[in-house]
Design a protein. Structure first.
Length: 480
């Protein structure tokens, strides 16, 4: 039974009714019925799932930077009912009216069904519009992937207004942009929740030690235990998804800062142009020197030479591109011979004779020696059809090298060890060298050859050195 009544409504309430009146094409009675139904639906007294305002705001704050699961998103905005950008805008704004969120969205695009460019604008209270921006952006990205993927290009937050720009892209970039702008904590929470028995003690350990714990890759730690200088930084290669040598210097410096600070190997890293300053609190000089060598070795692996100077709590690393230029000139200007292997030996001898022409000799020796050792082995490998290096093949190669360099050497080989003894070295004794630069260079060349042949599998154990007053040089190569 319909009952007619005359009622009067203040302007304040008429304004609140305007969205409902527009929805029902000016029919006041239908608008009132709709409002009453919605009031009953979302009244705390009639709906047991209603939340206290303070609890609701806390929940919005806690899920910041977290994407809702796809099945939840589909219940919030049913993709089967939304076939255009216009319908999406209409549907969400209607829900916001019903929920009395005091927010509204605007969607502008170049194509209503398969847009290439979309501008999403949301106005309202900051916490709510941030959540809404994530929900709507997630819906747009998720439901565009199959036919015409779009990605988030930018998000601008103006306190009570958020603007999100989206444009045509590919599936990978599309999904990645959603994580970048609205799901930064997703993977972290997923990881922690999957293995709480592992992560909870780690977090406790860091907090109880005031973040004085160090977290490094197992291979890196193994090198330290074996008293070796790590050949590279595994974590940096994982982050950059490419080998150290292929990373641009600017990117590498940033990655060193990120990894070394986050792993707590050092306290802080500052970068100014190509100069790097490492701040630490290590007390033992030998530890500081080893840290300096590790970073210098990492930079050398990238093809860049640096000077390293230590103070009480700092290591200052200065780029020396001039030395790298001189090294390249020295090698490029050598005359070629018909035999590449002999040519590499010629390079080696010429290099030893030309050490005085290179500035800052101590810094250059290690890099150039290793480069020459690698080149010699590469050419021997090509000319002799070596597919995989063994200790026997390495021994044979160096027997030939020693005969050409007039060096008196002996070898002893078992399954996992190769003992190399030099009784007489004409190169090392060829000129007076108080700083023992020649001996050091020969050693680095040998190490470069060994590293090329065996990589991280081989460890060099120095037993005796002529340069240290012994009667002969003796080193042992151990295969791990």
């Amino acid at each position: 039974m319909n009952v007619s009544r005359h009622i009067s409504i203040d302007d304040e309430y008429l304004k609140k009714m305007e969205p409902y009146i527009e929805k029902h094409n000016g029919n006041m009675g239908a608008a009132l019925r709709d409002m009453i139904n919605q009031a009953g639906k979302y009244n705390p007294a009639m709906n047991s799932s209603a939340l206290d305002t303070s609890l609701f705001n806390w929940m919005l704050l806690e899920i910041d930077d977290i994407l809702v699961p796809d099945e939840v998103l589909d219940k919030l905005i049913n993709p089967m009912l939304i076939h255009s950008i216009e319908k999406l805008e209409e549907n969400i704004n209607q829900r916001l009216i019903e929920l009395e969120w005091g927010a509204n969205i605007s969607l502008k695009c170049d194509n209503d069904q398969f847009p290439s460019d979309v501008l999403l604008t949301i106005r309202g209270t900051p916490r709510k519009i941030k959540f809404l921006a994530g929900i709507v952006s997630q819906f747009l990205v998720k439901n565009s992937r199959e036919r015409s993927p779009i990605e988030i290009r930018s998000v601008a937050n103006f306190n009570e207004c958020i603007k999100v720009e989206l444009s045509r892209s590919n599936k990978t970039e599309s999904k990645g942009s959603l994580i970048t702008f609205f799901g930064g904590m997703n993977e972290i929470l997923k990881t922690v929740k999957s293995r709480p028995d592992f992560w909870v003690p780690i977090v406790k350990g860091h907090t109880l030690s005031n973040y004085n714990m160090v977290t490094v890759h197992r291979n890196y730690f193994e090198d330290i235990l074996a008293n070796n200088i790590p050949m590279g930084e595994v974590t940096i290669e994982f982050l950059s998804k490419r080998p150290i040598r292929e990373i641009p210097l600017k990117d590498l410096l940033g990655l060193i800062k990120e990894v070394y600070e986050n792993s707590r190997i050092v306290d802080r890293v500052e970068i100014e142009n190509d100069t790097m300053i490492i701040f630490h609190n290590y007390r033992i000089k030998e530890a500081v020197d080893k840290l300096k060598k590790i970073v210098l070795n990492l930079l050398e692996s990238n093809g860049h030479l640096y000077n390293g100077k230590s103070t009480a709590n700092m290591i200052v690393l200065t780029h020396r591109p001039d030395i790298g230029v001189k090294i390249n000139e020295l090698i490029d200007n050598l005359k070629t011979s018909s035999n590449r292997f002999d040519q590499e030996l010629l390079i080696f001898i010429t290099y030893l004779n030309g050490l005085k022409e290179i500035p800052d000799i101590p810094l250059s020796l290690s890099v150039l020696g290793k480069r020459l050792g690698k080149s010699i082995m590469q050419e021997y490998e090509k000319e002799n059809g070596i597919k995989e290096w063994s200790l026997e093949a390495f021994k044979t190669a160096f027997e030939i090298i020693d005969s050409k360099l007039h060096r008196d050497s002996q070898w002893a080989l078992d399954e996992k060890n190769l003992v190399y003894t030099v009784r007489k070295c004409s190169i090392a004794r060829a000129e007076d060298d108080p700083n023992k630069c020649i001996c050091h260079t020969i050693r680095e060349t040998f190490i470069g050859a060994m590293n090329y042949a065996f990589g991280n599998k081989a460890v060099l154990d120095v037993q005796k050195l002529l340069s240290q007053g012994d009667n002969f040089c003796e080193v042992v190569i151990r295969i791990q």
